[in-house]
Design a protein around this ligand. Structure first.
Ligand SMILES: [Zn+2]
Length: 455
C-alpha cells in the first residue's frame, strides 16, 4: 500500500513537474492590429507619372497591418506592413519619434514596410513631382497623409496593447512570376513563355515565410515576402495589386489569421505579362499557393530569442544640379523633370543648400538564428543574392522598408546605367545618381549591423 502510494505520489509529482515545465517554457508574445486605409474621396494614385486624373472607385480595400513580437527577455519589435506605394522620410521619422516617446521603441525595433503598390494613394513628399496635382487634389493628398500617419501610429500601438503567448516558426516557399525588367523587353515575354523559354537576368523567386500561432496552435499571422514590383495594374481603382490578392486569398484560406506582405529586393523585377485584374489575381493566387504549401507542412520552430540592430549609412550623391542645368530641364524636360527643376530652383532662391547625401536605413533582426535584413528604398535583386552568399542561404532580405529613398542599384547595375541608376530626381532628391560605391557603402553597413546581432 505504502509502496503503491509512493508510486502514485511520484507519478503525481512527475505530472506536476512536467506541467510546470510546459508552463515555464519560455514563449513569444504576439500582438496584432490592422486598419483599412482606402481613401473615402477621389484622390491621386501613387507610383506612375502618366496618370491624368484621380481615383475612380475601389476594387478591394487597402490595409495597414501591425504585428508586435516580444521574446522571453521582454525585447520587443513591431512590424508594420502596408499596401502603400512608399513612405516619405518625414513620415518615417515622425512615426519613429512618436513610438519612442509613447512606448520607448528605438529604430532597431520598428520596421515599417510598404508593398510598393501602384494602386495606392499618393502621399505628401513621396514621388510628389510625378503628379500634376491641382489645389484641391494637393489638399486631399496632404490631409490624407496626416491622417495616415496618425492611423499607422494608432495601429502599431493597438498591436503592442494586445500581446498574448504565441509560437513563431519560419519556412521558405517558391513563386516564379517575377521577371527581370532590365534584361527583357516586356513585349517579348508572352511569346518567350509560350515557347517555354526562361526570361533573362537575375531574379529572386524565394518566398520567405514567418508564421505566428497562439497557444492552441491557431494561426494568428502569416508574414510572407516576394521580390517583385506591385505593378500588374495601372488603372484608377484602389486595390493592393497582386500582393493585395495574395493577402485576401490567404486570409480566406486561414480565417482569423492576418496575412502580411513584405516586398523583397524587387527594384528591377516586374510581374510580366501584366495590366489586367485577372492577371493580378492569378499572380496573387500563385503567391498564396507558394505560401500555403509551406504553412501546411511542419515549419522550423523559433525559440523566443530576438536580437535587433539598426544604423543610418550616408549615401553620397554623385553631384548636385547647377542652376544652369536646372534651367535647361525647365525648358526641355519631361513634366516630372520640370516640376522637379522648379522645386530645386526655388530651393536655391530660398538659399537652402542641396543635401550632399541621404541617410539610408539599414536594419537587421535575428529570430533564434533566422537572419532578416531590411533595407530602405527600391533595392535591386543583386543585393539579395549577395547577402545570401555572405550570411547564409536562409538569410531574408526585405526592401521598401523605412523611407522609399530611391532605386538602389548594385555596382554592376551602376556600371550598366539605365532607368534604375540615373533617375534619383524622380524621388525629389537633388541629384541623378548615387556615387559608384553605393553597393560597397550599404554592404559595409549591413556587415556592421549584422555583427551587432552576435551575442
Ligand atoms: Zn518602383
Amino acid at each position: 500500500m505504502m509502496y503503491k502510494r509512493t508510486i502514485w505520489m511520484s507519478i503525481l509529482a512527475l505530472g506536476l513537474v512536467s506541467r510546470a515545465n510546459a508552463d515555464d517554457q519560455p514563449m513569444w508574445k504576439a500582438g496584432l492590429a490592422k486598419a483599412v486605409i482606402t481613401p473615402k474621396v477621389p484622390m491621386w494614385l501613387a507610383g506612375y507619372g502618366g496618370r491624368d486624373r484621380p481615383s475612380e472607385g475601389t476594387l478591394h480595400d487597402i490595409w495597414i497591418k501591425a504585428l508586435s513580437l516580444e521574446d522571453a527577455k521582454g525585447h520587443r519589435v513591431v512590424l508594420l506592413t502596408s499596401d502603400l506605394c512608399g513612405m516619405p522620410k518625414w513620415m518615417y521619422d515622425s512615426i519613429c519619434a512618436s513610438l519612442k516617446k509613447s512606448d520607448g521603441l528605438e529604430r532597431d525595433q520598428i520596421r515599417i514596410t510598404n508593398s510598393h503598390n501602384h494602386c495606392a494613394p499618393a502621399v505628401r513628399g513621396d514621388l510628389e513631382d510625378y503628379y500634376p496635382l491641382d489645389d484641391v487634389q494637393r489638399k486631399r493628398v496632404y490631409d490624407y497623409s496626416d491622417w495616415l500617419e496618425r492611423e499607422i501610429i494608432r495601429t502599431i500601438r493597438a498591436s503592442l496593447g494586445n500581446m498574448r503567448a504565441a509560437t513563431v516558426s519560419s519556412g521558405e516557399g517558391v513563386c516564379t512570376f517575377a521577371v527581370n525588367r532590365r534584361n527583357n523587353k516586356e513585349a517579348d515575354i508572352p511569346e518567350m513563355l509560350k515557347r517555354g523559354e526562361t526570361p533573362k537576368g537575375p531574379v529572386d523567386h524565394s518566398v520567405p515565410i514567418l508564421v505566428v500561432r497562439d497557444t492552441k496552435d491557431e494561426l494568428l499571422a502569416i508574414v510572407f515576402g516576394y521580390a517583385c514590383h506591385n505593378t500588374v495594374l495601372s488603372f484608377y481603382q484602389w486595390c493592393g495589386d497582386y500582393a493585395g490578392f495574395a493577402q485576401i486569398a490567404l486570409e480566406k484560406k486561414y480565417p482569423g489569421a492576418m496575412a502580411m506582405f513584405v516586398d523583397g529586393c524587387g527594384g528591377d523585377q516586374n510581374p510580366l505579362p501584366r495590366r489586367t485584374v485577372e492577371m493580378a489575381e492569378k499572380y496573387g493566387n500563385q503567391l498564396a499557393a507558394g505560401v500555403t504549401k509551406v504553412v501546411d507542412q511542419k515549419m522550423q520552430s523559433l525559440a523566443p530569442k530576438l536580437r535587433t540592430a539598426f544604423e543610418f549609412v550616408d549615401l553620397p550623391f554623385e553631384k548636385n544640379p547647377t542652376r544652369l542645368e536646372l534651367n535647361v530641364h525647365l525648358k526641355d524636360g519631361s513634366p516630372v523633370r520640370v516640376r522637379w527643376a522648379k522645386r530645386m530652383l526655388k530651393q536655391l532662391d530660398d538659399g537652402v543648400p542641396f543635401a550632399k547625401s541621404h541617410p539610408y536605413a539599414v536594419q537587421a533582426w535575428d529570430f533564434d538564428g533566422q537572419l532578416w535584413i531590411a533595407l530602405g528604398g527600391e533595392v535591386l535583386v543583386d543585393y539579395a543574392h549577395r547577402y545570401r552568399k555572405e550570411y547564409g542561404a536562409k538569410t531574408w532580405v526585405t526592401s521598401y522598408s523605412a523611407d522609399l529613398t530611391a532605386y538602389i542599384p548594385s555596382e554592376r547595375n551602376w556600371r550598366e546605367g539605365g532607368y534604375e541608376v540615373g533617375y534619383l530626381h524622380e524621388y525629389m532628391l537633388p541629384a541623378d545618381r548615387w556615387t559608384r560605391d553605393v553597393e560597397d557603402r550599404i554592404s559595409a553597413s549591413v556587415s556592421r549591423v549584422v555583427a551587432k546581432l552576435k551575442p
